[in-house]
Design a protein. Structure first.
Length: 195
């Protein structure tokens, strides 16, 4: 199954002068648990939605990216309190979900590179998995990543995930979700990822 990328500009419905309703697509199917924290309305009619439902590759993901109209201080204060983990995108020891996948391997079922050796790397053991943002966003720099929820195990209602050979045993299958904020560019990315 291929990655779906939607740029929505005039398809959304205006709810008021400063709020626009987001219409999330029905296909491909995405488990609700991954995006039930996404907003129904945002201040900007220009936004991007990325969906990856490649369950053959143990990868289901949804992203909503937009530019926030106001300063994100209020968003930051909300998600600082709600988050179970906080990371900087420049961190060289992020625990990245399916880290050796590429956009080409997901789309064309190309064999992935060798897996990472997780044993003995303290940062991987204590960190919570976050998406491989660079697959979806070429310019993913200077973001603060807030993880809101993460659990290991099989939670999909839509897909049957198999043993994941590119994740460590203690996170063999699972999901995580959250929000990433770039203060410099005023960009916000809501995300959910299951593997």
């Amino acid at each position: 199954m291929k990655l779906v990328y939607l740029t929505l500009t005039s398809i959304v419905l205006s709810c008021s002068k400063s709020e626009y309703k987001i219409n999330y697509p029905d296909e491909p199917k995405v488990d609700n648990i991954l995006f039930n924290h996404f907003p129904d309305k945002i201040c900007n009619y220009r936004h991007d939605i990325y969906i990856n439902a490649n369950f053959y590759r143990n990868n289901e993901a949804i992203f909503l990216k937009y530019e926030e109209c106001d300063k994100k201080d209020s968003l930051i204060s909300i998600y600082e309190k709600k988050s179970i983990a906080k990371y900087n995108s420049k961190n060289n020891c992020l625990f990245i979900i399916n880290s050796t996948e590429t956009i080409e391997s997901l789309n064309d079922n190309i064999k992935v590179m060798d897996t990472i050796k997780y044993s003995g790397k303290e940062c991987f053991i204590k960190n919570i998995p976050v998406p491989n943002f660079k697959i979806y966003f070429d310019d993913f720099k200077d973001y603060t990543i807030y993880v809101l929820e993460a659990k290991n195990g099989n939670y999909s209602e839509n897909y049957k995930f198999t043993h994941n050979v590119i994740m460590p045993e203690y996170w063999n299958n699972g999901y995580s979700k959250g929000i990433a904020i770039n203060n410099k560019n005023n960009e916000v990315i809501f995300w959910g990822n299951m593997w």
